[in-house]
Design a protein. Structure first.
Ligand code: GLN
Length: 534
Protein backbone atom coordinates (compact mmCIF):
# COMPACT_ATOMS: atom_id res chain seq x y z
CA UNK A 1 0.00 0.00 0.00
CA UNK A 2 1.19 3.47 -0.81
CA UNK A 3 2.18 5.94 1.90
CA UNK A 4 1.20 9.58 1.60
CA UNK A 5 3.07 12.79 2.32
CA UNK A 6 0.89 15.90 2.22
CA UNK A 7 2.70 19.19 1.83
CA UNK A 8 0.91 22.39 2.84
CA UNK A 9 2.03 26.00 2.93
CA UNK A 10 1.59 28.76 5.46
CA UNK A 11 1.99 32.53 5.91
CA UNK A 12 2.54 33.54 2.27
CA UNK A 13 2.35 32.02 -1.19
CA UNK A 14 5.37 31.48 -3.49
CA UNK A 15 7.36 29.87 -0.69
CA UNK A 16 8.89 27.27 -2.95
CA UNK A 17 6.58 24.44 -1.91
CA UNK A 18 7.03 22.93 -5.35
CA UNK A 19 10.80 22.79 -4.95
CA UNK A 20 10.41 21.46 -1.40
CA UNK A 21 8.07 18.71 -2.58
CA UNK A 22 10.29 17.85 -5.54
CA UNK A 23 13.39 17.76 -3.31
CA UNK A 24 11.73 15.44 -0.81
CA UNK A 25 10.72 13.27 -3.77
CA UNK A 26 14.27 13.18 -5.08
CA UNK A 27 15.65 12.05 -1.70
CA UNK A 28 13.06 9.30 -1.38
CA UNK A 29 13.73 8.12 -4.92
CA UNK A 30 17.42 8.01 -4.06
CA UNK A 31 16.51 5.66 -1.21
CA UNK A 32 15.09 3.27 -3.79
CA UNK A 33 11.36 4.01 -3.39
CA UNK A 34 8.96 4.47 -6.27
CA UNK A 35 7.54 7.95 -5.85
CA UNK A 36 4.59 9.67 -7.45
CA UNK A 37 3.82 13.30 -6.83
CA UNK A 38 0.81 15.47 -7.50
CA UNK A 39 -0.26 19.07 -7.18
CA UNK A 40 -3.68 20.31 -6.08
CA UNK A 41 -4.55 23.75 -7.40
CA UNK A 42 -7.46 25.37 -5.61
CA UNK A 43 -8.55 27.60 -8.50
CA UNK A 44 -11.76 27.05 -10.47
CA UNK A 45 -10.05 26.91 -13.88
CA UNK A 46 -10.24 23.36 -15.17
CA UNK A 47 -6.58 23.59 -16.14
CA UNK A 48 -3.83 26.18 -16.39
CA UNK A 49 -4.18 26.41 -20.18
CA UNK A 50 -6.26 29.56 -20.26
CA UNK A 51 -4.29 31.47 -17.63
CA UNK A 52 -1.84 34.22 -18.48
CA UNK A 53 1.84 33.45 -17.90
CA UNK A 54 2.11 36.98 -16.51
CA UNK A 55 -0.06 35.93 -13.60
CA UNK A 56 0.70 32.33 -13.09
CA UNK A 57 4.02 31.66 -14.75
CA UNK A 58 4.56 29.06 -17.42
CA UNK A 59 1.96 26.50 -18.41
CA UNK A 60 3.70 23.15 -18.22
CA UNK A 61 2.63 20.45 -20.68
CA UNK A 62 2.71 16.72 -19.94
CA UNK A 63 3.15 13.86 -22.41
CA UNK A 64 -0.58 13.17 -22.37
CA UNK A 65 -1.34 16.79 -23.22
CA UNK A 66 -2.43 18.23 -19.87
CA UNK A 67 -1.79 21.95 -19.44
CA UNK A 68 -0.63 22.16 -15.87
CA UNK A 69 0.93 24.20 -13.12
CA UNK A 70 4.66 24.82 -13.48
CA UNK A 71 5.39 22.85 -10.31
CA UNK A 72 4.97 19.71 -12.41
CA UNK A 73 8.09 20.82 -14.23
CA UNK A 74 10.02 20.71 -10.96
CA UNK A 75 8.64 17.25 -10.24
CA UNK A 76 9.74 15.93 -13.62
CA UNK A 77 13.18 17.53 -13.40
CA UNK A 78 13.92 16.51 -9.83
CA UNK A 79 12.35 13.08 -9.64
CA UNK A 80 12.72 12.11 -13.29
CA UNK A 81 9.13 11.00 -13.70
CA UNK A 82 6.89 11.62 -16.68
CA UNK A 83 3.89 13.30 -15.14
CA UNK A 84 0.41 12.95 -16.60
CA UNK A 85 -3.02 14.53 -16.33
CA UNK A 86 -3.54 12.72 -13.03
CA UNK A 87 -0.65 14.61 -11.42
CA UNK A 88 -2.39 17.98 -11.35
CA UNK A 89 -5.91 18.35 -9.99
CA UNK A 90 -7.75 21.65 -9.83
CA UNK A 91 -10.88 22.66 -7.96
CA UNK A 92 -12.39 23.29 -11.40
CA UNK A 93 -11.94 19.63 -12.39
CA UNK A 94 -13.33 18.40 -9.11
CA UNK A 95 -16.46 20.57 -9.26
CA UNK A 96 -16.94 19.80 -12.95
CA UNK A 97 -16.97 16.10 -12.30
CA UNK A 98 -19.17 16.36 -9.18
CA UNK A 99 -21.69 18.43 -11.15
CA UNK A 100 -21.57 15.99 -14.07
CA UNK A 101 -22.29 13.12 -11.69
CA UNK A 102 -25.15 15.05 -10.13
CA UNK A 103 -26.69 15.64 -13.57
CA UNK A 104 -26.34 11.96 -14.43
CA UNK A 105 -28.27 11.18 -11.31
CA UNK A 106 -25.46 9.37 -9.54
CA UNK A 107 -26.31 11.09 -6.27
CA UNK A 108 -30.08 10.70 -6.62
CA UNK A 109 -31.93 11.66 -3.46
CA UNK A 110 -28.93 13.28 -1.85
CA UNK A 111 -28.02 16.90 -1.20
CA UNK A 112 -24.67 17.30 -2.94
CA UNK A 113 -22.22 18.97 -0.55
CA UNK A 114 -18.57 19.88 -0.10
CA UNK A 115 -18.32 17.16 2.53
CA UNK A 116 -18.59 14.33 1.57
CA UNK A 117 -19.12 14.68 -2.20
CA UNK A 118 -16.38 17.12 -3.13
CA UNK A 119 -13.91 15.67 -0.64
CA UNK A 120 -14.71 12.11 -1.81
CA UNK A 121 -13.99 13.15 -5.39
CA UNK A 122 -10.64 14.61 -4.30
CA UNK A 123 -9.74 11.49 -2.32
CA UNK A 124 -10.64 9.28 -5.28
CA UNK A 125 -8.06 11.20 -7.35
CA UNK A 126 -5.43 10.73 -4.63
CA UNK A 127 -6.07 6.99 -4.59
CA UNK A 128 -6.02 6.71 -8.37
CA UNK A 129 -2.71 8.54 -8.73
CA UNK A 130 -1.02 6.58 -5.97
CA UNK A 131 -1.56 3.06 -7.26
CA UNK A 132 1.62 0.98 -7.62
CA UNK A 133 3.84 3.56 -5.90
CA UNK A 134 5.60 3.17 -2.56
CA UNK A 135 5.08 6.84 -1.74
CA UNK A 136 2.75 9.53 -3.07
CA UNK A 137 3.54 13.16 -2.35
CA UNK A 138 0.61 15.57 -2.57
CA UNK A 139 1.38 19.27 -2.67
CA UNK A 140 -1.61 21.42 -1.79
CA UNK A 141 -1.44 24.80 -3.50
CA UNK A 142 -2.34 28.06 -1.82
CA UNK A 143 -1.86 29.05 1.79
CA UNK A 144 -3.52 27.57 4.85
CA UNK A 145 -6.38 29.91 5.73
CA UNK A 146 -7.47 30.50 2.13
CA UNK A 147 -11.13 29.72 1.48
CA UNK A 148 -10.35 27.95 -1.80
CA UNK A 149 -7.95 25.35 -0.47
CA UNK A 150 -10.23 24.19 2.36
CA UNK A 151 -11.82 21.21 0.53
CA UNK A 152 -8.35 19.91 -0.39
CA UNK A 153 -7.09 20.27 3.19
CA UNK A 154 -10.23 18.59 4.48
CA UNK A 155 -9.67 15.71 2.06
CA UNK A 156 -6.05 15.47 3.25
CA UNK A 157 -7.29 15.33 6.84
CA UNK A 158 -9.83 12.62 6.05
CA UNK A 159 -7.16 10.51 4.39
CA UNK A 160 -5.78 9.75 7.84
CA UNK A 161 -9.06 8.35 9.15
CA UNK A 162 -9.09 4.55 9.24
CA UNK A 163 -5.39 4.45 8.48
CA UNK A 164 -2.34 3.83 10.62
CA UNK A 165 -0.46 6.91 11.71
CA UNK A 166 2.53 5.52 9.82
CA UNK A 167 0.67 5.66 6.49
CA UNK A 168 0.29 9.40 6.21
CA UNK A 169 2.36 12.38 7.26
CA UNK A 170 1.97 16.12 6.87
CA UNK A 171 4.78 18.56 6.11
CA UNK A 172 4.04 22.25 6.59
CA UNK A 173 6.22 24.80 4.78
CA UNK A 174 6.16 28.25 6.34
CA UNK A 175 7.92 31.57 6.21
CA UNK A 176 10.13 32.83 9.00
CA UNK A 177 10.51 36.50 8.10
CA UNK A 178 13.58 38.55 8.86
CA UNK A 179 13.07 42.02 10.30
CA UNK A 180 16.05 44.15 9.44
CA UNK A 181 15.18 46.96 11.87
CA UNK A 182 15.55 44.64 14.85
CA UNK A 183 17.89 42.18 13.06
CA UNK A 184 15.62 39.29 14.05
CA UNK A 185 13.92 36.28 12.53
CA UNK A 186 10.32 36.05 13.66
CA UNK A 187 8.58 32.76 14.40
CA UNK A 188 5.13 34.08 15.28
CA UNK A 189 3.66 33.78 11.75
CA UNK A 190 4.72 30.11 11.76
CA UNK A 191 3.01 29.51 15.09
CA UNK A 192 -0.17 31.13 13.80
CA UNK A 193 -0.21 29.18 10.58
CA UNK A 194 0.34 25.88 12.39
CA UNK A 195 -2.57 26.83 14.67
CA UNK A 196 -4.68 27.44 11.59
CA UNK A 197 -3.75 24.01 10.29
CA UNK A 198 -4.70 22.44 13.63
CA UNK A 199 -8.11 24.12 13.50
CA UNK A 200 -8.67 22.18 10.28
CA UNK A 201 -7.63 19.02 12.08
CA UNK A 202 -4.16 18.51 10.64
CA UNK A 203 -1.16 18.15 12.95
CA UNK A 204 2.05 18.72 11.03
CA UNK A 205 4.76 16.11 11.51
CA UNK A 206 7.58 18.13 9.96
CA UNK A 207 7.95 21.89 9.61
CA UNK A 208 10.07 23.33 6.82
CA UNK A 209 11.00 26.94 7.45
CA UNK A 210 11.79 29.27 4.59
CA UNK A 211 13.95 32.20 5.55
CA UNK A 212 16.52 34.59 4.20
CA UNK A 213 18.91 33.69 7.00
CA UNK A 214 19.83 30.55 8.82
CA UNK A 215 17.88 29.77 11.99
CA UNK A 216 19.71 29.50 15.30
CA UNK A 217 19.34 26.35 17.41
CA UNK A 218 17.21 28.37 19.89
CA UNK A 219 14.80 29.50 17.20
CA UNK A 220 14.40 25.98 15.87
CA UNK A 221 13.75 24.73 19.40
CA UNK A 222 11.19 27.48 19.90
CA UNK A 223 9.34 26.49 16.74
CA UNK A 224 9.44 22.84 17.81
CA UNK A 225 8.05 23.71 21.23
CA UNK A 226 5.25 26.00 20.05
CA UNK A 227 4.28 23.77 17.14
CA UNK A 228 4.57 20.47 19.05
CA UNK A 229 7.02 18.68 16.82
CA UNK A 230 10.36 17.14 17.81
CA UNK A 231 13.34 19.46 17.39
CA UNK A 232 14.77 17.38 14.55
CA UNK A 233 11.48 17.77 12.69
CA UNK A 234 12.13 21.48 12.16
CA UNK A 235 14.02 21.63 8.88
CA UNK A 236 15.25 24.87 7.48
CA UNK A 237 15.29 25.89 3.86
CA UNK A 238 17.33 29.07 3.58
CA UNK A 239 17.53 30.73 0.17
CA UNK A 240 19.77 28.45 -1.88
CA UNK A 241 22.14 29.61 -4.62
CA UNK A 242 20.63 27.02 -6.89
CA UNK A 243 17.35 25.17 -6.46
CA UNK A 244 19.20 21.95 -7.30
CA UNK A 245 21.07 22.22 -3.98
CA UNK A 246 17.86 21.96 -1.94
CA UNK A 247 17.79 18.11 -1.77
CA UNK A 248 21.31 18.17 -0.35
CA UNK A 249 20.42 20.93 2.16
CA UNK A 250 17.49 18.79 3.33
CA UNK A 251 19.57 15.64 3.41
CA UNK A 252 22.12 17.27 5.70
CA UNK A 253 19.33 17.94 8.18
CA UNK A 254 18.04 14.39 7.90
CA UNK A 255 14.57 15.10 6.53
CA UNK A 256 14.69 11.78 4.66
CA UNK A 257 15.47 9.87 7.87
CA UNK A 258 12.63 11.67 9.65
CA UNK A 259 10.18 10.78 6.90
CA UNK A 260 11.24 7.14 6.76
CA UNK A 261 11.01 6.90 10.53
CA UNK A 262 7.52 8.40 10.59
CA UNK A 263 6.31 6.24 7.67
CA UNK A 264 8.08 3.16 9.08
CA UNK A 265 10.02 2.61 5.90
CA UNK A 266 13.50 1.23 5.59
CA UNK A 267 15.85 2.63 2.97
CA UNK A 268 16.37 0.21 0.07
CA UNK A 269 19.64 1.78 -1.12
CA UNK A 270 21.31 5.16 -1.25
CA UNK A 271 22.03 6.39 -4.74
CA UNK A 272 22.73 10.11 -4.82
CA UNK A 273 26.02 10.22 -6.75
CA UNK A 274 24.69 11.50 -10.05
CA UNK A 275 22.76 14.29 -8.37
CA UNK A 276 25.81 15.19 -6.29
CA UNK A 277 27.98 15.32 -9.38
CA UNK A 278 25.53 17.67 -11.04
CA UNK A 279 25.33 20.04 -8.06
CA UNK A 280 29.12 19.98 -7.70
CA UNK A 281 29.32 21.30 -11.27
CA UNK A 282 26.63 23.87 -10.49
CA UNK A 283 28.67 25.15 -7.54
CA UNK A 284 31.61 25.61 -9.89
CA UNK A 285 29.57 27.52 -12.46
CA UNK A 286 30.74 30.96 -11.28
CA UNK A 287 34.11 30.14 -12.77
CA UNK A 288 32.74 29.12 -16.17
CA UNK A 289 33.11 31.28 -19.22
CA UNK A 290 30.16 33.58 -19.93
CA UNK A 291 27.83 33.15 -22.88
CA UNK A 292 25.23 35.78 -23.61
CA UNK A 293 22.00 34.61 -25.19
CA UNK A 294 19.33 37.01 -26.40
CA UNK A 295 15.78 35.95 -25.57
CA UNK A 296 13.28 37.71 -27.78
CA UNK A 297 10.10 36.91 -25.87
CA UNK A 298 7.08 38.69 -24.59
CA UNK A 299 6.63 37.61 -21.00
CA UNK A 300 9.93 38.97 -19.76
CA UNK A 301 8.61 40.69 -16.62
CA UNK A 302 7.83 37.52 -14.71
CA UNK A 303 10.79 35.16 -14.51
CA UNK A 304 8.52 32.15 -14.06
CA UNK A 305 6.94 32.65 -17.49
CA UNK A 306 9.78 30.79 -19.19
CA UNK A 307 10.62 28.47 -16.31
CA UNK A 308 11.28 25.26 -18.26
CA UNK A 309 13.13 27.16 -20.97
CA UNK A 310 15.42 28.81 -18.44
CA UNK A 311 16.02 25.49 -16.72
CA UNK A 312 16.74 23.71 -20.02
CA UNK A 313 19.28 26.41 -20.87
CA UNK A 314 20.78 26.03 -17.43
CA UNK A 315 21.13 22.24 -17.76
CA UNK A 316 22.79 22.64 -21.15
CA UNK A 317 25.07 25.39 -19.86
CA UNK A 318 26.31 23.32 -16.93
CA UNK A 319 27.01 20.42 -19.30
CA UNK A 320 28.91 22.75 -21.65
CA UNK A 321 30.72 24.38 -18.71
CA UNK A 322 29.54 27.87 -19.54
CA UNK A 323 27.65 30.43 -17.52
CA UNK A 324 24.73 31.59 -19.59
CA UNK A 325 23.46 35.07 -19.16
CA UNK A 326 20.03 35.60 -20.67
CA UNK A 327 19.48 39.01 -22.15
CA UNK A 328 15.76 39.67 -22.46
CA UNK A 329 15.23 41.86 -25.49
CA UNK A 330 12.22 44.06 -25.95
CA UNK A 331 10.89 43.15 -29.38
CA UNK A 332 8.49 46.09 -29.45
CA UNK A 333 11.48 48.43 -29.71
CA UNK A 334 14.13 46.14 -31.08
CA UNK A 335 17.68 47.44 -31.05
CA UNK A 336 19.66 45.42 -33.63
CA UNK A 337 22.91 46.06 -31.78
CA UNK A 338 21.59 44.13 -28.80
CA UNK A 339 21.05 41.03 -30.92
CA UNK A 340 24.40 41.39 -32.64
CA UNK A 341 26.10 41.74 -29.25
CA UNK A 342 24.88 38.30 -28.16
CA UNK A 343 26.35 34.87 -28.82
CA UNK A 344 22.99 33.36 -29.72
CA UNK A 345 19.29 34.09 -30.12
CA UNK A 346 16.27 32.25 -28.79
CA UNK A 347 12.77 33.14 -29.86
CA UNK A 348 10.48 31.24 -27.49
CA UNK A 349 6.83 30.22 -27.68
CA UNK A 350 4.04 32.69 -27.14
CA UNK A 351 0.60 33.94 -28.04
CA UNK A 352 -0.62 37.25 -29.42
CA UNK A 353 0.95 39.58 -31.94
CA UNK A 354 2.71 41.96 -29.57
CA UNK A 355 6.34 42.39 -30.62
CA UNK A 356 5.98 39.99 -33.56
CA UNK A 357 7.69 42.26 -36.10
CA UNK A 358 10.64 42.66 -33.69
CA UNK A 359 10.95 38.90 -33.34
CA UNK A 360 10.96 38.50 -37.12
CA UNK A 361 13.62 41.19 -37.45
CA UNK A 362 15.73 39.56 -34.70
CA UNK A 363 15.64 36.25 -36.58
CA UNK A 364 16.66 38.01 -39.78
CA UNK A 365 19.66 39.49 -37.97
CA UNK A 366 20.64 36.06 -36.66
CA UNK A 367 20.22 34.48 -40.09
CA UNK A 368 22.21 37.14 -41.92
CA UNK A 369 24.97 37.46 -39.35
CA UNK A 370 25.59 33.80 -38.59
CA UNK A 371 24.38 34.15 -35.00
CA UNK A 372 23.26 30.78 -33.58
CA UNK A 373 19.47 30.72 -33.63
CA UNK A 374 16.99 28.49 -31.88
CA UNK A 375 13.27 29.03 -32.52
CA UNK A 376 10.64 27.38 -30.38
CA UNK A 377 6.97 27.09 -31.40
CA UNK A 378 6.02 30.73 -32.08
CA UNK A 379 9.77 31.19 -32.64
CA UNK A 380 9.63 28.65 -35.46
CA UNK A 381 6.56 30.29 -36.93
CA UNK A 382 8.35 33.66 -36.92
CA UNK A 383 11.36 32.05 -38.61
CA UNK A 384 9.10 30.76 -41.37
CA UNK A 385 7.55 34.21 -41.83
CA UNK A 386 10.97 35.86 -41.94
CA UNK A 387 12.29 33.41 -44.52
CA UNK A 388 9.18 33.72 -46.68
CA UNK A 389 9.33 37.50 -46.68
CA UNK A 390 13.05 38.11 -47.01
CA UNK A 391 14.36 35.10 -48.94
CA UNK A 392 11.37 33.94 -50.96
CA UNK A 393 10.22 37.55 -51.46
CA UNK A 394 6.65 36.73 -50.54
CA UNK A 395 5.46 40.19 -49.62
CA UNK A 396 3.32 40.39 -46.49
CA UNK A 397 3.81 36.70 -45.68
CA UNK A 398 2.45 36.08 -42.20
CA UNK A 399 0.74 33.72 -39.83
CA UNK A 400 -3.03 33.49 -40.18
CA UNK A 401 -3.09 34.00 -36.40
CA UNK A 402 -1.98 37.60 -36.81
CA UNK A 403 -3.03 38.43 -40.39
CA UNK A 404 -6.04 36.26 -41.30
CA UNK A 405 -6.24 37.84 -44.77
CA UNK A 406 -2.58 37.60 -45.76
CA UNK A 407 -1.90 36.51 -49.36
CA UNK A 408 0.85 34.20 -48.05
CA UNK A 409 -0.24 32.36 -44.91
CA UNK A 410 2.97 30.40 -44.33
CA UNK A 411 1.55 29.55 -40.90
CA UNK A 412 -2.10 28.54 -40.94
CA UNK A 413 -4.86 26.82 -39.06
CA UNK A 414 -5.64 23.16 -39.74
CA UNK A 415 -9.18 22.39 -40.86
CA UNK A 416 -10.10 20.54 -37.67
CA UNK A 417 -8.92 23.46 -35.55
CA UNK A 418 -11.14 25.84 -37.50
CA UNK A 419 -14.18 23.83 -36.46
CA UNK A 420 -13.59 24.15 -32.74
CA UNK A 421 -14.71 27.43 -31.17
CA UNK A 422 -13.70 26.43 -27.61
CA UNK A 423 -10.45 27.83 -26.27
CA UNK A 424 -9.74 25.52 -23.32
CA UNK A 425 -7.74 22.37 -24.09
CA UNK A 426 -8.25 22.53 -27.85
CA UNK A 427 -4.72 23.15 -29.12
CA UNK A 428 -2.38 20.44 -30.44
CA UNK A 429 -1.27 19.32 -26.99
CA UNK A 430 1.17 16.79 -25.62
CA UNK A 431 3.57 14.32 -27.11
CA UNK A 432 3.64 13.57 -30.85
CA UNK A 433 6.15 11.50 -32.81
CA UNK A 434 8.41 13.25 -35.30
CA UNK A 435 10.52 11.59 -37.99
CA UNK A 436 13.94 13.14 -38.38
CA UNK A 437 15.43 13.16 -41.86
CA UNK A 438 18.82 11.50 -42.38
CA UNK A 439 21.76 13.79 -43.13
CA UNK A 440 20.33 16.80 -41.30
CA UNK A 441 21.56 18.81 -38.32
CA UNK A 442 18.51 17.64 -36.35
CA UNK A 443 19.41 14.00 -37.05
CA UNK A 444 22.98 14.57 -35.92
CA UNK A 445 21.74 16.29 -32.74
CA UNK A 446 19.13 13.68 -31.83
CA UNK A 447 21.06 10.69 -33.16
CA UNK A 448 17.71 9.09 -33.86
CA UNK A 449 15.27 8.79 -36.77
CA UNK A 450 12.17 8.96 -34.57
CA UNK A 451 11.66 11.27 -31.62
CA UNK A 452 8.78 12.37 -29.42
CA UNK A 453 8.27 15.94 -28.31
CA UNK A 454 5.53 17.88 -26.56
CA UNK A 455 3.35 20.42 -28.29
CA UNK A 456 1.14 23.36 -27.33
CA UNK A 457 -0.03 25.41 -30.29
CA UNK A 458 -2.96 25.92 -32.61
CA UNK A 459 -1.25 26.97 -35.85
CA UNK A 460 0.97 24.91 -38.15
CA UNK A 461 3.44 25.35 -40.97
CA UNK A 462 1.51 25.56 -44.26
CA UNK A 463 2.66 22.63 -46.42
CA UNK A 464 1.91 24.52 -49.64
CA UNK A 465 5.24 26.28 -49.08
CA UNK A 466 7.46 23.27 -48.37
CA UNK A 467 8.95 23.07 -51.88
CA UNK A 468 9.75 26.79 -52.01
CA UNK A 469 11.43 26.70 -48.64
CA UNK A 470 13.55 23.68 -49.49
CA UNK A 471 14.60 25.13 -52.84
CA UNK A 472 16.13 28.11 -51.08
CA UNK A 473 18.01 26.16 -48.43
CA UNK A 474 15.52 25.89 -45.58
CA UNK A 475 15.23 22.19 -44.89
CA UNK A 476 12.25 20.45 -43.38
CA UNK A 477 14.25 18.11 -41.18
CA UNK A 478 11.44 16.92 -38.93
CA UNK A 479 7.98 15.79 -39.95
CA UNK A 480 5.01 14.20 -38.26
CA UNK A 481 4.35 11.48 -40.83
CA UNK A 482 0.83 10.63 -39.78
CA UNK A 483 -0.54 14.14 -40.18
CA UNK A 484 2.14 15.44 -42.56
CA UNK A 485 2.92 18.29 -40.18
CA UNK A 486 6.21 20.16 -40.31
CA UNK A 487 8.02 19.91 -36.98
CA UNK A 488 11.60 21.09 -37.58
CA UNK A 489 13.10 23.69 -39.91
CA UNK A 490 16.82 24.17 -40.32
CA UNK A 491 18.96 26.34 -42.50
CA UNK A 492 21.84 25.09 -44.58
CA UNK A 493 25.05 27.14 -44.63
CA UNK A 494 24.58 28.68 -41.21
CA UNK A 495 26.63 27.91 -38.07
CA UNK A 496 23.48 26.90 -36.17
CA UNK A 497 19.93 27.62 -37.18
CA UNK A 498 17.17 25.34 -36.03
CA UNK A 499 13.52 26.01 -35.33
CA UNK A 500 11.00 23.56 -33.91
CA UNK A 501 7.22 23.56 -33.72
CA UNK A 502 7.28 21.72 -30.38
CA UNK A 503 8.54 22.64 -26.91
CA UNK A 504 11.73 20.67 -26.22
CA UNK A 505 12.29 22.57 -22.96
CA UNK A 506 9.67 20.44 -21.18
CA UNK A 507 11.80 17.34 -21.53
CA UNK A 508 15.16 18.66 -20.37
CA UNK A 509 16.40 17.30 -17.06
CA UNK A 510 19.43 18.29 -15.00
CA UNK A 511 20.87 14.80 -15.34
CA UNK A 512 19.80 14.52 -18.97
CA UNK A 513 19.99 17.89 -20.72
CA UNK A 514 18.00 18.12 -23.93
CA UNK A 515 20.17 17.56 -27.04
CA UNK A 516 18.81 20.64 -28.87
CA UNK A 517 19.72 22.90 -25.96
CA UNK A 518 23.06 21.16 -25.51
CA UNK A 519 23.98 21.77 -29.13
CA UNK A 520 22.60 25.30 -29.24
CA UNK A 521 24.62 26.36 -26.19
CA UNK A 522 27.65 24.60 -27.66
CA UNK A 523 27.24 26.62 -30.86
CA UNK A 524 26.99 29.82 -28.80
CA UNK A 525 30.18 28.89 -26.96
CA UNK A 526 31.94 28.17 -30.22
CA UNK A 527 30.94 31.59 -31.44
CA UNK A 528 32.83 33.17 -28.53
CA UNK A 529 35.90 31.20 -29.52
CA UNK A 530 35.57 32.23 -33.14
CA UNK A 531 35.35 35.89 -31.99
CA UNK A 532 38.48 35.43 -29.96
CA UNK A 533 40.47 33.82 -32.74
CA UNK A 534 39.24 36.25 -35.39
N1 GLN B 1 0.51 31.16 -31.00
C1 GLN B 1 1.07 30.08 -31.74
C2 GLN B 1 0.05 28.98 -32.03
O1 GLN B 1 -0.97 28.89 -31.39
C3 GLN B 1 2.30 29.52 -31.05
C4 GLN B 1 2.01 28.91 -29.73
C5 GLN B 1 3.25 28.67 -28.91
O2 GLN B 1 4.31 29.25 -29.17
N2 GLN B 1 3.16 27.85 -27.89
O3 GLN B 1 0.25 28.17 -32.88
Amino acid sequence: MTKYIFITGGVVSSLGKGITSASVGRLLKSHGFTVNIMKCDPYINVDAGTMSPFQHGEVFVTDDGAETDLDLGYYERFIEINASRANNITAGQIYQSVIEKERKGLYLGQTVQTIPHVTDEIKARFHKASQNFDITIVEIGGTVGDIESLPFLEAARQMKLNKNSSDIIYIHVTLVPYLSSSDELKTKPTQHSVNKLREIGIDPDIIVTRSEKSLSRELRDKIALFCSVPQEAVVEAPDAKSIYEVPEIFKKQGIDEQIMMLLRLRSKKWDFDEWNEFTARVKNAEKFEKVKIAMAGKYTKLKDSYKSLNEALFHASIANEVKTEIEYVDTENLLPERIKGCDGLIVPGGFGDRGIEGKIRAIQLARENGIPFFGICLGMQCAAIEFARNVLNLKGAHSAEFAPKTAHPVIALMEEQKKNPQKGGTMRLGSYPCSVKAGTLARRIYGSALIDERHRHRYEFNNAYIKNFEKKGMRISGLNRKNGLVEILELKNHPFYIAVQFHPEFKSRPLKPHPLFLNFVKACRERIYSHETA
